[in-house]
Unconditional design. Structure first.
Ligand SMILES: CC(=O)N[C@H]1[C@@H](OP(=O)(O)OP(=O)(O)OC[C@H]2O[C@@H](n3ccc(=O)[nH]c3=O)[C@H](O)[C@@H]2O)O[C@H](CO)[C@@H](O)[C@@H]1O[C@H](C)C(=O)N[C@@H](C)C(=O)N[C@H](CCC(=O)N[C@@H](CCC[C@@H](N)C(=O)O)C(=O)O)C(=O)O
Ligand SMILES: Nc1ncnc2c1ncn2[C@@H]1O[C@H](COP(=O)(O)OP(=O)(O)OP(=O)(O)O)[C@@H](O)[C@H]1O
Ligand SMILES: C[C@@H](N)C(=O)N[C@H](C)C(=O)O
Length: 457
């Protein structure tokens, strides 16, 4: 971004100081440790109060700061914009800048697949447009305005990921980004603890259409009844994707490989698509991206090449090599029952001359059904295909109990969250270079630490 401080002040309905016309802001940051020259510092409330870091922000190059009016000790030697609420001000500024740059906007949500679909969609659209996309997983009430403010002036399309774990959050984010296309990847169980049912999750996910432009498109997984029933009440133009033939974009002839998946799309006869990831669920994500590409009139051949050459954000079904030569499928970014079952099923089909070992961490925020959901993973864990199971977390004790009749004690291991190092050590002792391993768990379990130990990184 690049704006004069005076313009930012006016955007926030603050009377600018005369000298602010000469101060250029080139970026915003809520973390003094990541401040770069030309930044506007945004002090936010975390476990601690961001206001206490304003001196550090100035030292690192901040040229101005927001300052909540209920805070004293204002910095006297740094231009400051007094606001009632710094988070709300950040959101207002993000909306202002989005309107100023005025790109077309694709907003993506769903219990799983947001980041993957965002990456795929950005790749498809980048063949024709100057695209900016959500950095990493910046998908909430802080991350979305930050994403808007990272846009270059020549951005033609913004592909933004919208996350939520409470009702009403997507309403706010959808109104902030006012999408031209709103995508729902699927309805799973992520954060179901705060909703009580998948029905309520679907209601909350539909909020993404509340900011959708009148001539905007609602794109959704047509195989999900919770969405097809709600879409009937939505008046926007619609496009569906999925595996059933009733979809506008239907995948056919899916062929899974170790680190890629091929498929065809009924509405693109003669074209064979490929993505560099395993899992039919990722074909669904690709169909969502193709749906957006179709609306943006990207030619099918360009979309085919974009998906084939895709680079997806790390730790989403990412193959890495362990220090003993074993191949590790890292899926450690998050976990919930639908996602875990789909990855276990895909992993179970991968050919290997060695052992096939899975490492599963607790799935968080699942509410009172959590024990049963953990035990339910046993349905897709077949001792004929899985050699050993390593479990991490208190909730995984439920799965351990339901597997003990299927696996001998030497092939079924359970550790506490605090014992990840021991888990990695025991697993490494069992591994040989011929083996393949899949690791998956909730973000909060941090199984990336097990991965780091196995890869010596
Ligand atoms: C408010 C904030 O900045 N939080 C970040 C901060 O957390 P923490 O509470 O530890 O902050 P501190 O107490 O340390 O500091 C307070 C503030 O002061 C700043 N500061 C600190 C030290 C210092 O020396 N200088 C400083 O300036 C500091 O930056 C604070 O502002 O730090 C954490 C570690 O870096 C950050 O992780 C934390 O960021 C929060 C989580 C955040 O929301 N970041 C967004 C940019 C974001 O989008 N993060 C996503 C995660 C999104 C997510 O979980 N999405 C869910 C669904 C949405 C749920 C939503 N309602 C929610 O709760 O998030 C999903 O399922 O996808 C990400 O990075 O992945
Ligand atoms: N369409 C899908 N259906 C089911 N599971 C999926 C789907 N897409 C991805 N997953 C699973 O979810 C994991 C996370 O993928 P991704 O990061 O794209 O989702 P996300 O919605 O962005 O997650 P988060 O909400 O944590 O940001 C993947 O590694 C995979 O296990
Ligand atoms: C960080 C929080 N919003 C989140 O994403 N929790 C899920 C359950 C996770 O830890 O994967």
């Amino acid at each position: 971004m690049k704006m004069q401080l005076a313009e930012i002040a006016r955007a926030l309905e603050i009377e600018p100081h005369a000298s602010w016309d000469d101060i250029t802001v080139t970026n915003v940051s809520f973390d003094s440790r990541k401040i770069t020259a030309g930044a506007l510092f945004i002090p936010l409330m975390g476990e601690n109060d961001g206001h206490q870091y304003v001196e550090a922000a100035k030292k690192n190059g901040a040229v101005a700061t927001l300052w909540q009016a209920d805070h004293g000790n204002e910095p006297v030697d740094l231009p400051r914009l007094r606001v009632a609420d710094s988070l709300k001000a950040l959101q207002k500024l993000g909306h202002y800048y989005l309107q100023k740059i005025n790109p077309r906007v694709v907003a993506i949500t769903g219990s799983n697949g947001k980041t993957t679909t965002k990456d795929m969609t950005a790749a498809v659209l980048s063949t024709r447009f100057h695209v900016q996309k959500t950095p990493a997983n910046f998908n909430n009430e802080i991350g979305v305005p930050i994403t808007c403010l990272t846009m270059e002036p020549n951005t033609e399309v913004l592909v933004v990921e919208l996350g939520m774990d409470r009702k009403g959050q997507l309403e706010l984010l959808s109104q902030l980004v006012e999408p031209d296309a709103a995508v729902i990847t699927m309805i799973g169980e992520a954060h179901i603890e705060f909703f009580g049912s998948r029905d309520k999750i679907a209601d909350a996910k539909m909020e993404i259409t509340h900011g959708l432009k009148e001539d905007g498109f609602f794109i959704y997984n047509g195989d999900e009844p919770l969405l097809t029933t709600r879409a009937a009440e939505n008046s926007n133009q619609q496009l569906t994707f999925g595996l059933q033939e009733t979809n506008d974009l239907q995948a056919q002839n899916i062929v899974g490989h170790e680190s890629s998946t091929e498929f065809e799309v009924a509405s693109y006869p003669g074209l064979k698509f490929s993505i560099p990831m395993l899992g039919t669920y990722n074909v669904n994500n690709a169909l969502a991206a193709l749906s957006v590409g179709q609306i943006f009139r990207v030619d099918p051949a360009s979309m085919q090449h974009a998906l084939r050459d895709l680079r997806v954000t790390e730790n989403r079904a990412e193959w890495v090599q362990g220090s003993k030569g074993e191949k590790i499928l890292s899926d450690v970014y998050n976990s919930n029952p639908t996602a875990a079952k789909k990855v276990i099923e895909a992993f179970s089909q991968i050919k290997t001359d060695g052992q096939r070992i899975i490492v599963l961490g607790d799935m968080l925020e699942l509410g009172e059904a959590s024990p049963a959901m953990h035990a339910g993973l046993a349905e897709v864990i077949d001792p004929a295909q899985i050699s050993s199971v390593y479990l991490c977390g208190d909730l995984m004790e439920n799965l351990a109990d339901s597997l003990q009749n299927k696996f001998a004690p030497e092939h079924l291991h359970h550790y506490g969250v605090a014992d990840k190092e021991l888990l990695a050590r025991d697993l490494s002792a069992e591994l040989t270079g011929n083996d393949i391993v899949m690791i998956k768990g909730s973000h909060g379990i941090a199984l990336e630490k097990v991965l780091a130990q196995l890869t010596n990184s």
